[in-house]
Design a protein around this ligand. Structure first.
Ligand code: C5P
Length: 286
């Protein structure tokens, strides 16, 4: 579950996700879009190191140079939980990033969800999963999914979910080196025309497209080159608002072989599907 890095620091995983498909089905009055999507956890993960402090400070030991504490999702998650619960405890945290940022893999949201789940345990709060998911939604639309912690058919702006069985498989994920701005993608007027609602029965009878892909390709043409390269090996699609693209492989060996053929100037990962978040037990379903 957690790996000791020193006597009191503990390490906790924050897994990435793929959107196996993503349909935009409407827009709310506040500008947020209604989605239908299948969120799939994968074994590409950040690691969050945390330890209790003797005071009530929240201290981030390796913040990214261009991300101030007020906008860092891990710090915001800890502060939100502190304010909500009134607890007078603090935490030291350090993040080892492996999930590319601005890639549509949910890294920042997953980090925030891991902080909420772990502090719920470390601070002895015993908050239910439902409450943590509601708090998580204040930090970002993808955060509730990572607190839910199982592969899911997701609706609303990202807060309604139904657990679904997804196949155990491998994926190749490529990371075009462009930083996609999620708000800039969602601003595109083309997304306001409603697309039909999906009835989620099984993954096989769904039009597996990502409605954000055409918009992201328009803003970042480099993504098209990565999609074209990956399409040699199977159906390739973008995840989230991009920039990462992925294809499913029959086995981990196949995924590794695709990665071994990757041109030197491209970055990619061979990953496996994950059934559930390892920290799921850190919140209760009551
Ligand atoms: O919630 P999150 O920070 O991930 O969203 C970033 C931005 O993406 C939002 O401010 C909003 O403009 C857009 N968005 C949206 N509909 C969603 C999720 C995000 O319009 N369901």
């Amino acid at each position: 579950m957690s790996i000791s890095v020193s006597e009191d620091w503990q390490a906790y995983p924050a897994p990435a996700k793929l959107n196996l498909f993503l349909h935009v089905v409407g827009r709310r009055e506040d500008g947020y879009h209604l989605l239908q999507s299948v969120f799939q956890l994968i074994d590409l993960a950040d690691t969050i190191h945390m330890r209790l402090r003797p005071d009530d400070q929240i201290v981030h030991h390796n913040p990214l140079p261009d991300v101030p504490a007020e906008t860092d999702l891990t710090v915001r998650a800890a502060r939100l939980l502190q304010t909500f619960s009134g607890v007078q405890k603090g935490v030291d945290l350090r993040v080892d990033k492996r999930i590319p940022m601005g890639g549509g893999l949910g890294g920042g949201s997953s980090d925030a969800a891991t902080v909420l789940l772990v502090l719920n345990r470390l601070w002895g709060l015993n908050l239910s999963r439902k409450v943590l998911m509601e708090l998580g939604l204040k930090l970002g639309a993808d955060v509730p999914f990572f607190i839910f912690g199982r592969n899911a058919f997701v609706e609303g702006v990202g807060e309604q979910m139904k657990e679904i069985e997804t196949p155990d498989c491998a994926y190749v994920v490529l990371h075009p080196p462009v930083h996609v701005s999620t708000p800039a993608i969602f601003k595109d007027e083309r997304l306001t025309r409603n697309t039909p609602l999906v009835k989620m029965r099984g993954l096989n009878d769904i039009d597996c497209r990502n409605d954000l892909q055409a918009v992201a390709l328009g803003q970042h043409p480099l993504i098209a080159e990565y999609l074209a390269w990956l399409s040699q090996f199977g159906t390739a699609r973008m995840t989230g608002s991009g920039s990462c693209v992925f294809t499913r492989c029959a086995s981990q060996g196949d995924a590794d072989r695709v990665i071994s053929r990757l041109p030197d100037d491209m970055t990619g990962y061979s990953v496996r599907s994950v059934k559930q978040h390892q920290l799921r037990e850190f919140a209760s379903d009551c």
